[in-house]
Design a protein around this ligand. Sequence first.
Ligand code: SAM
Length: 172
Amino acid sequence: EVAVLRIGHRPERDQRVTTHVGLAARALGARGMYLAADDPGVALSITDVADRWGGDFFIENDVKWRRCIQDWKAAGGKIAHLTMYGLRMTDVIDEIRGEERVLVVVGAEKVPGDIYGLADYNVSVTTQPHSEISSLALFLDHLFEGKELNREYPDAKIRIEPTKIGKKTVEW
Ligand code: SAM
């Protein structure tokens, strides 16, 4: 099981990015996202997508990040913190794939220094600065080795029928 913990979210400026962190997490195979901030609007828009497009993605609003990490570890899970300062993803991804439960932590601006020590893995995707959305997407894709790309989403109200040209959807 893989879930995402989003920290450092500022409701006045990070709504769009955090929503996209959640949508990327869902589309690329994570089970859910914990949001370490109180922003029901973000939670609502992701829940809305999950309801329509199926699957069992969860979103938990307003968690305390330290408690979330502690609980995850107490249940035997491991923490993978995405940071450009960490070890190269290509060097650690095989080991992480062997873990049963992984909580992937992504930040916004500067993350609290404690996170580096609490993490079992500090993982850098390219060792260049970019974004939480792109680093999460690449991390999940490498973790699942591309198998997440063609997942089925049970109980969907709408799904896309891939076509060469145009837009085709099936609704129930
Ligand atoms: N400058 C900030 C710092 O010192 O932590 C990082 C800000 S960055 C815009 C926001 C988030 O994107 C980071 O907390 C991290 O989770 C993720 N991120 C950015 N570049 C990354 C990289 N090369 N590898 C892994 N994660 C990255």
